[in-house]
Design a protein around this ligand. Structure first.
Ligand SMILES: [Cu+2]
Length: 268
């Protein structure tokens, strides 16, 4: 029985490790400036955790077999364990986690706490059950105020985000259901939610940030490749969570200007 358990534990361990090592289910190709750093950090974390996982599970299997019940086994006795060993592995785990966090914190913080580059494209992203809306401030560069009282999610578009259309700044505000971004320009995202916590996740752009009701969260990033990328909501936000997705179209500056001009024209 001990031998069979060891074989089962080792098999589960090795088969699951294989899928990670072979990158069977992996991130899509990165299309943002921070992708290289994030991917390296991600891979480093996986390698370190993979080694720890393998050592722990292979060790577990071995001990299950080594200390199996035998006719010569002495009666079991209570063991307190080994205090020195416990201190060592707790310290090692702390060093590992704090170290990995410190390594990743520079890029994480720079995207959130540093201001976006001057001239960045402004986009406001609003999450609601169960859709994403994107607002561009238009040529005046100013978002008009929105209000909860004006919100009508069933109407979609401007009404869904509660745009105050009587405000002069609202004249050129464009609200859409798909996100367009020019390639190689920094994007300054203002992230909002109108109901529950959502999470704006664009795997290809290595962008993931919670949208929290009552907060306007700023983050910036720079897409580096033209293409269409999927947006998902990465926070279980209700019954329709599974269909809360959208698309980011990263296009040339020229195509972006044309697209935005067309949306402005539709408003008139
Ligand atoms: Cu959601």
């Amino acid at each position: 029985m001990g031998l069979a358990l060891m074989v089962v534990i080792w098999l589960i361990t090795l088969i699951s490790t294989y899928f990670f090592a072979a990158k069977t289910w992996w991130l899509p190709v990165g299309a943002a400036a921070s992708a290289e750093f994030i991917d390296k950090q991600f891979a480093l974390t996986f390698v370190i955790m993979g080694v720890v996982f393998l050592a722990a599970q292979l060790g577990l299997g071995y001990i299950v077999w080594r200390y199996r019940e035998q006719s010569s086994s002495p009666p079991s006795s209570y063991s307190h364990g080994n205090t020195n060993l416990e201190v060592v592995w707790t310290l090692l785990t702390a060093v590992l986690f704090i170290g990995l966090n410190l390594m990743g914190s520079r890029v994480w913080a720079s995207q959130r706490f540093d201001a976006a580059a001057p001239g960045a494209v402004q986009v406001e992203v609003t999450g609601m059950q169960f859709a994403w809306y994107f607002r561009y401030p238009g040529p005046d560069g100013k978002y008009a105020p929105t209000s909860v009282k004006l919100m009508d999610p069933s109407a979609g578009g401007e009404a869904a985000v509660g745009l105050n259309t009587s405000d002069p700044d609202a004249k050129d505000d464009v609200v859409t259901g798909t996100m367009y971004l020019p390639v190689d320009r920094e994007v300054d995202v203002s992230l909002r939610s109108v109901d529950v916590i959502h999470s704006f996740f664009v795997p290809s752009l290595r962008f993931k940030q919670d949208a929290v009701p009552g907060l306007n969260i700023h983050m910036h990033f720079r897409p580096t490749a033209i293409g269409e990328y999927e947006i998902a909501c990465a926070e279980l936000c209700g019954l329709g969570h599974y269909k809360m997705h959208g698309m980011v179209h990263v296009v040339s500056q020229e195509d972006f200007d044309k697209w935005l001009a067309a949306r402005e024209a539709e408003k008139q």
